[in-house]
Design a protein around this ligand. Structure first.
Ligand SMILES: C[C@@H](N)C(=O)N[C@H](C)C(=O)O
Ligand SMILES: [Zn+2]
Length: 235
């Protein structure tokens, strides 16, 4: 359980619809489809209707600050089966990166690796009270592309299992290059928050609106007017 799982969900029934990809930049091929994630007849490029409206607003704010820059969509809707696939894939990858073999892991090694995986991935829970954020169609992983079509350097790749994923990792840096990474993360956060999103406190790229994490973050900032979640897990 994460703290945001305490937030009640009152599903509003808004449809999951296709993102108008022509308004954004898009990571292609899709990073998890490329790995063989089991989408079936679903597409990762879908979100709830008003979440798409918020994302278009964020792109409009970016247009004012940086004409011809684009929000790049890395991932959006994620069925539970895909969440499970990515959690298992990330565990196997972390074992490999440590030069270990899964069958030979000690209980402590296994626990350390699972903790690293679940530091950035949500549990693929089937409980309707604790849905993974992306399975609600209200969460999106994004970065920025500049006016020459280059992906803006944020100082770490999306989905890296390390401290560099923390949004403020470069906040107190005294090197111009790493100060730039922080400025880029701030720019992304500014346009997304202005459009109504909240950012995952553990990941510079993950934003949502209307889900449990969004409600919990709103309530942390404004305890006088608590909100609930309007998007639960999609079938
Ligand atoms: C790991 C990243 N892509 C992500 O989406 N993390 C959140 C917490 C999730 O799994 O919902
Ligand atoms: Zn995410």
């Amino acid at each position: 359980m994460r703290p945001y799982h305490q937030i009640p969900i009152f599903e509003c029934g808004e449809p999951l619809i296709a993102i108008p990809l022509e308004l954004f930049a898009v990571e292609s091929p899709h990073p998890y489809e490329k790995l063989g994630a089991p989408y079936g007849d679903r597409s990762p490029y879908y979100l709830r209707q008003s979440v798409i409206e918020n994302l278009i607003q964020a792109q409009n704010y970016l247009d004012v600050l940086h004409p011809n820059w684009r929000i790049q969509i890395f991932d959006a809707y994620r069925p539970i089966a895909v969440q499970q696939f990515m959690v298992d894939y990330s565990f196997a990858q972390a074992v490999h990166d440590r030069g270990l073999a899964e069958v030979e892991l000690s209980p402590n090694q296994r626990q350390e690796i699972w903790e690293a995986v679940y530091a950035i991935w949500a549990v693929p829970s089937l409980d309707e009270k604790t849905p993974p954020p992306h399975s609600t169609g209200a969460a999106v992983d994004v970065t920025l592309v500049d006016d020459s079509g280059e992906i803006v350097n944020m100082g770490s790749p999306i989905d890296e299992m390390s401290g560099r994923s923390h949004p403020d990792y470069y906040a107190n840096s005294d090197r111009p290059e790493t100060q730039n990474y922080h400025a880029h993360r701030q720019l992304l956060q500014d346009v997304m928050l202005k459009a109504g999103f909240q950012r995952n406190p553990r990941e510079w790229w993950h934003f949502s609106v209307g889900d449990q994490m969004w409600a919990w973050l709103n309530n942390q900032a404004n305890r006088a007017n608590p909100v609930t979640a309007r998007y639960g897990r999609l079938a």
